[in-house]
Design a protein around this ligand. Structure first.
Ligand code: COA
Length: 273
């Protein structure tokens, strides 16, 4: 879809969007949607080479881009990346807290450290991002978009770690919406469905599953990264100026029938055991 036929092409001119985990996948897709509508974009992630490659793609869309490697688990590194973004692009108007880690694992085989790794990346990392961006967002009356998942409100087999982390993110999102509304800061979460070609899908579904999975989604198709990016642009736009504390589904209805869809996928991965 040509976003500029739906939104004003200069909707985010002069705005700074900071995306954690913006080097690839859904997060890079979100960053590109903002770039198409005039935003300047800062991305952070663990690998500078990945950020450099993503920055090229964003510059090709006309964005000024700031990159700095930072693991969201490391508050000092993340704060430094946000300061660099501010120096290079101006204060942050939109924070997309999207950095995440995932792997399917049955709870009885998941180590304490495996559980903690996902909690640290997803939940602590999202808090770190929001906390580090607070002063800049207060200055701009900006907004935060968290990336949640169906696991947050529904038990998915082999996702005890991810469900706990994402449920924590959504509760925190609502708390921040409650606390920071008086600073003019809005906070919302997006729940993406199965998005084609992303790292998350590679980890959660065996190769070649796309067509089968698509048939299990009420909308009868896999999602594209733009399906999530478009919602992020809406949430960051003045159209959503009174929307805060919301969980917005961009999943083609995938979570409506419950997590049985995924039980089927994981069952096949485990060889039907
Ligand atoms: N099954 C079970 N346990 C696993 C696992 C798997 N597939 N992958 C990692 N773990 C465990 C490790 O065994 C380790 O626990 P241990 O010390 O008890 O052995 C723990 O998780 C940490 O692993 P490590 O590789 O050191 O963590 P990391 O911080 O380098 O990486 C992950 C974090 C594990 C989340 C990794 O998958 C990652 O970096 N993911 C980022 C990208 C991603 O997942 N994108 C999709 C988002 S939807």
């Amino acid at each position: 879809m040509d976003l500029t036929r739906v939104f004003a092409p200069d909707l985010f001119d002069g705005k700074t969007v900071f995306v954690t985990g913006g080097g690839s996948g859904i997060n890079l897709g979100i960053a590109k949607c903002f770039a198409r509508l005039g935003a300047d974009v800062a991305i952070c992630g663990r690998t500078q080479e990945k950020l450099d490659a993503a920055a090229e793609e964003l510059r090709a869309l006309g964005a000024k881009v700031s990159t700095r490697a930072a693991d969201v688990r490391d508050m000092d590194a993340l704060s430094a990346a946000m300061e660099t973004a501010r120096d290079e692009l101006g204060p942050i108007d939109v924070l997309v807290a999207g950095a995440a880690g995932n792997f399917p694992a049955p709870a009885e085989k998941l180590s304490a450290n495996g559980f903690k790794s996902v909690i640290d990346i997803d939940l602590l990392g999202s808090f770190n991002a929001a906390r580090s961006a607070f002063e800049q967002l207060k200055e701009t009356n900006g907004c935060i978009i968290f990336i949640s998942a169906g696991q947050a409100f529904m038990p998915y087999a082999m996702q005890a770690h991810v469900g706990a982390a994402k449920a924590g993110i959504d509760n925190m999102m609502r708390t921040l919406a409650l606390e920071w509304g008086r600073f003019g800061i809005r906070a919302n979460s997006i729940v993406p469905g199965p998005i084609r070609g992303t790292e998350g899908m590679k980890r959660l579904a065996p190769a070649g599953m796309d067509d089968k999975l698509a048939k299990l989604v009420p909308m009868q198709r896999m999602g594209e990264v733009d399906d999530v990016g478009q919602v992020a642009c809406f949430l960051a736009s003045p159209l959503a100026g009174y929307v805060t504390g919301s969980l917005v589904m961009a999943d083609g209805g995938m979570n409506l029938p419950g997590s049985g869809v995924w039980a089927q996928v994981f069952g096949e991965m485990a060889g039907g055991k």
